[in-house]
Ligand binder design. Sequence first.
Ligand SMILES: [Zn+2]
Length: 460
Amino acid sequence: MKKICFTPFGVLKWARGYALPTEWLNACAMIERVLSCLGFPSQRQRSTIRWGERTREPTSESRRGDTSFKAFAVAFCVLILPLTSSAQLTIHTNFPGGAVELRKIDQANQSITFAPANFKNRGWACWWHFRLTGIDTNQPIELNLQSKSSFGRPARAMFSHDGKTWKHTQPGKDSGSNVRYEHNPTRDTIHFAWGPPFQLSDAHELTSRIATANVGAEKFELCKSNEGRSVPALRWHPKTKGKRPGIWIEARQHAWESGSSWVCRGLLEWLASEETDAIRLRNQARIVVVPIMDADNAERGAGGKNQIPHDHNRDWSDKPIYAEVAAAQKLIGQMNADGEFNLFLDLHNPGPRDSIPFFFASPRTHLNPLRERNQNHFHKLCLETLGKEPFDFSKTLRISGPGYHPLWRAISKNWVAENTAKHAVALTLETSWNTIHSTQEGYLNYGRALGRAITRHLLD
Ligand SMILES: [Zn+2]
C-alpha cells in the first residue's frame, strides 16, 4: 500500500498532488514543531509510526484518531501556512534577469549564502539578482556571496526597494572567493543585485519614450532574437542636404554587463534633450542605437560572456549565429554603402580592477593613417568630456588583436574596421563597474558626456 508520510509537508503534497515550492519548507518545519508541541508525534516517533502505514490492524478508535488528525493538520497547513510563510526570509528570482544559486538560508541570523547563477553553456557565472521577502527590519541582513570569479564579486552589492532605483550597500568583506555584505534593512522586501539591472522591458520603455518625444527618433525592431524576443532599437534619419555622418552605438553584447546599457540610456536621453549639441547631432546625423544586444541571456540572467560556442562579441564573421549580430552587420553595411558611416561604439563593462574607463581599439593591421587620425581625434575629445566625469577616462588605448583572443577578427569593432570606409572609427568603450561611481546616475552622466564628444568629433 502506498505510504503517506504524515508531516505537514507530506500532507500538502498528498492532498494537492504536487511538490511544494522550496520556500515553504521552512514554514513546514515550523508548523511541524507547533504540531509536536500540541502533542502530535514528533519526527522521532514518526520514524516508528507511519501514518497510513498499516503495521497492525487498526481499531475503529485509532482510525477515528487518524482521520481527525489528518483533518486538523490539513486545516492547520492550509490556513496557517500562508501566514507563517510570509514572515519567513524567502528568495525570489521569478522575473526577467532574476537569477541566483541559493546555497543556504539561516532564518535565525537572517543570513543567506548564494552564488551567481550558472547556466550551462550560457557564459560566465557572474550575474545575480534576487528579491528577498520576509525581512525582519530589526536586525541586519547578511549576504554571503560565494564566487571564485572576481567578476561576480562587486566590492559593493546594489539594493533597491522598488526594483527601479538602485543604491550601493556598504563595501563587503572580501576573503578571496567569498564576500560578505551586511545591510541594515528598512523594508521587509528588498532587491539585491550585482549591479543596476537593465532588462528588455527597460529597453522597450526607453526606445518608446524617446520615439514619442518628437525629437525625430523612430523605434524599430532590430530583429527577433534567436529565442524569439523582440530586440528594440532607435534610429534618427534626419533630412539634410548631402551625406550625413553615420553613427552606430550598441550595448550589452555581454549580458551581465548591465552598466553598459545604463551608459547607453544616458546617451539616448541626452540625444533627446534640449542641449544644443544634442539637437545639432540629431538634426544632422544618421544614428542607430541598440541598448541590449544579447537579449536572451539578459532576460535569462545568464552571464553571456564566452558562452558556447562563442559570445556575441566573437560572432562578427561572415556567418554570424546570433540574429542581433546578423541584423547589425546588415544595417551597418547599408549605412556604409550609402557613404554614411563614421563611428561605431560598442559599450561594455571591463574587469573588476579596471577602475578607470578606457577604449579597446583595433590593432595596427586594421588602422590606416586616416582612421588612426580620426580615432586619435575622437579619443582626445573623450578625454576632454568623459575625463571630467568622476569616473575619469584613460589616456591609454588598449588593443584587442591576435594576442587578445583567437577569434579577435570576429570582435565587433575589428569587423567594422575591416568592413567599412577608411575614415570610420570603431571602438569599444569599457566603463568601470566596480567603483563608487558605478551607479545609475554615474553611468547616465557618462553616456551624456559621450554624446558631447560625439557631436564635437563629427560636427565641429
Ligand atoms: Zn564585455
